[in-house]
Ligand binder design. Structure first.
Ligand code: SF4
Length: 442
């Protein structure tokens, strides 16, 4: 008989690259691997083979993925490649001819088939069952939930729809079950992600699903409302400024979900937005922001922008700066446009010189820096509820509702003794910097 003592579980190495959406795919694959009785190796040497979940969104991500594959081959030799870059097989095959398998994103079954071919499935009657919340790559106290895959838009700078296909929304009951399992396992903050969160349910015609025996309509509003019943922080990312988002903001105003929204505007000039083929490009975004703030005055808005999109004139860039000065967004990320192989925008004439792009990026971030400074200095002396992420020697790093993990500034807490990651407490803000705050006891 195989006993737990003499049984040897084969170990699989796993490298996860890319955005939170790719991270969510990695968690699903890791859960599957563990559920079948394999162990996750901590280094190349112990791994029977290595899976690399790649990102192929921009050229620097492609390079990072190719380097990770190369490192795995050098250190282990048996490598399965999956994820976004796997959709561009020719890019990988050009550099490597000795991979065990290449699959695209969300190809969980193909990845497991390749694993079974090279490392037979363990036969172990004593396998510990995978916990209901699955395997997670994030700290214990927060978790990402991906509610749909793919996208129905055709933004000219993006190749995600060609890699991941059209929008496919997950059944609402399945999302709610995942959320409930995460909360039961101790998660205090759920972060909802997808390529286009506002479009949730469009493809399934908002048909009702079931959770705990009750029907729930598969749309953004009902998803948010039901998630709010779980009694934890719920934060939404990648929301496009469609009219239906007003309902979500009302839920924020009522205290049901965090008054924080990540809206990737990417630009403000109507001509550039049209050339980018952005969703909701005809909306008056300043008016919409004003309307949202009227419904929910404490709303924090995060966005990202691209400067130097092909054909962007000085006037169009100035229009964007003016938009930022008026919109006074709380958090802003900015990227210089760069061609992505296969993207339609590569063919637009009038590519902007790189020194102009660099100057525009610096100018935009300078404007945003003073907006952020002012907004954060207004918080000094206020009391904020925070969640602790990390404990350092002299400070703990924490976040309030206004900070999403990994991308926004943080709140440094003095005297971290006795605090643990995941703790929630009220603190008094003592001082501010450009993007971060410092706090002490209430
Ligand atoms: S909305 Fe645009 S940028 Fe976002 S995934 Fe879809 S095509 Fe890409």
């Amino acid at each position: 008989m195989i006993t737990k003592q003499n049984y040897h579980s084969p170990k699989i190495g796993f490298i996860s690259l890319g955005c939170p959406k790719a991270g969510s795919d990695s968690e699903k694959m890791l859960s599957k691997i563990k559920a079948e009785g394999y162990e996750i190796a901590q280094n190349y040497h112990d791994s029977e083979l290595v899976i690399v979940n790649t990102c192929g969104f921009i050229d620097s991500a492609v390079e990072e993925s190719l380097n990770a594959i190369s490192e795995a081959i050098d250190n282990n030799g048996k490598v399965i490649v999956t994820g976004c870059l796997g959709e561009r097989r020719e890019v990988i095959e050009k550099r490597f001819d000795n991979l065990l398998a290449i699959t695209g994103s969300e190809a969980y079954r193909e990845v497991m088939d390749a694993v079974h071919t090279h490392v037979p499935k363990p036969v172990n009657p004593h396998i510990d069952l995978i916990p209901p919340q699955g395997v997670r790559l994030t700290p214990k106290h927060y978790a990402y939930i991906k509610i749909s895959e793919g996208c129905n838009h055709t933004c000219t700078f993006c190749i995600i729809p060609s890699m991941r296909g059209k929008l496919v929304s997950r059944p609402i009951g399945e999302i709610m079950q995942e959320a409930e399992n995460l909360v039961r396992s101790g998660v205090s903050e759920l972060i909802i992600i997808s390529q286009d969160t506002s479009a949730y349910g469009v493809d399934i015609k908002y048909r009702s699903g079931f959770w705990n025996g009750r029907p729930i309509k598969s749309d953004l509003y009902h998803l948010a409302k039901n998630l709010s019943k779980l009694g934890v922080w719920v934060r939404f990312h990648y929301v496009y400024p469609y009219p239906n988002v007003d309902n979500l903001i009302s839920l924020m105003a009522e205290g049901n979900i965090l008054p924080y929204i990540d809206v990737p505007f990417q630009h403000a000039s109507p001509e550039i937005l049209k050339s980018m083929k952005r969703p909701a490009n005809a909306e008056n975004n300043l008016e919409r922001i004003k309307g949202w703030r009227k419904i929910c005055p404490e709303l924090v808005i995060r966005s990202t922008f691209i400067v130097g999109f092909p054909g962007e004139t000085d006037e169009q860039f100035e229009y964007l700066v003016e938009f930022l000065e008026q919109a006074k967004l709380d958090r802003v990320g900015c990227f210089m446009y760069s061609n992505v192989e296969g993207a339609a925008a590569n063919n637009i004439t009038n590519q902007v010189d790189s020194d102009i792009k660099q100057a525009r990026l610096e100018r935009l971030m300078k404007v945003q820096k003073s907006i952020s400074q002012k907004k954060l200095s207004d918080k000094v002396n206020s009391i904020q509820t925070v969640i602790v992420d990390e404990i350092g020697d002299n400070y703990a790093m924490a976040r309030s509702y206004a900070n999403a993990p990994e991308i926004d500034g943080v709140i440094f807490l003095e005297n971290p003794e006795g605090l643990e990651p995941g703790d929630m407490l009220d603190v008094r803000i003592k001082s501010s910097e450009d993007y971060d705050l410092y706090a002490g006891p209430k």
